[in-house]
Design a protein around this ligand. Structure first.
Ligand code: ZN
Ligand code: ZN
Length: 268
């Protein structure tokens, strides 16, 4: 739903990924502009859960328009939408929305969300799927996510510099969605918090993943900064992610023009 780094590329949203099958719809992160994209593919009232990797605005700020939709949209959910935040995320989010005190005060979020803090050391069950976390190398506490269901797996790096913990989490994943924020010639001085596509390729190769999707990249990124860099180190399939791109585990990615429902065969 969003493949940009912290500055949205023209016409593209910031970080957000919808994992959906016939039973469960899960959203990982909901950055700037992602809610509008999400609406092309699912009914927000039917989401099962939202999981936020870390509290940088490009990963969560569209929780606010989602809250408006859940609160004032034409249909109301029967139950609140589970929202899983990283440790300390709830305090930060409440501090942010306290500026909207006239619109519900302390209930701004909890009126529509079942807000919970996940324990990164534990697994989290969502429908028939299981999520595990790994801390990343980033400027603030951030958590990579691995989702598994029926023996299939997706790993998402969130924001991170190269890190063995990400490699361990992504081990043999069917799809590894990895950030590639840095351009090929970028050098992070001091504390590191992002990766280049070459480093994403190194992590993908070390983890033995089946497919690598590069994401969280800037409008200035070229093929040299993206897939060409990753393929120096990773020998599997590399896809440069884009908004509205659909990855079906086991088949080739494609851009979706309509909703996921419209993609299903008649009667399916
Ligand atoms: Zn980010
Ligand atoms: Zn970040």
């Amino acid at each position: 739903m969003g493949s940009s780094a912290s500055i949205p590329r023209p016409g593209r949203a910031c970080s957000s990924y919808l994992i959906a099958d016939d039973e469960t719809s899960l959203v990982l992160d909901l950055g700037s502009g992602a809610f509008a994209n999400l609406r092309r593919h699912v009914d927000y009232n039917r989401l099962d859960a939202i999981v936020i990797s870390h509290m940088h605005a490009d990963h969560f700020i569209d929780l606010i328009p989602l809250r408006y939709a859940l609160c004032y949209g034409p249909q109301r959910r029967k139950r609140k939408l589970p929202l899983y935040l990283p440790p300390d995320g709830e305090r930060m989010l409440h501090a942010l929305v306290s500026a909207f005190a006239d619109e519900g005060g302390g209930d701004f979020l909890t009126e529509v969300f079942e807000v919970a803090t996940y324990d990164p050391a534990s697994s989290l069950r969502i429908g028939a799927g299981v999520i595990r976390f790994a801390p990343t190398a980033h400027y603030i506490p951030a958590y990579a996510v691995r989702y598994e269901r029926h023996g299939q797996s997706i790993a998402y790096s969130a924001d991170t510099a190269p890190d063995e913990r990400i490699v361990a989490l992504a081990r043999e994943a069917d799809l590894f969605v990895c950030e590639s924020t840095l351009l090929a010639n970028d050098v992070e001085r001091g504390m590191r918090g992002h990766s280049s596509s070459r480093e994403a390729g190194q992590m993908a190769q070390a983890a033995g993943v089946r497919r690598l999707a590069l994401t969280h990249y800037a409008e200035t990124a070229t093929a040299h900064d993206l897939d060409e860099g990753a393929c120096e180190f990773y020998s599997g399939e590399i896809v440069v992610a884009d908004d509205h791109m659909l990855f079906e585990l086991g088949s080739a990615p494609r851009i979706l023009s309509g909703s996921l429902c419209a993609e299903e065969p008649a009667g399916g």
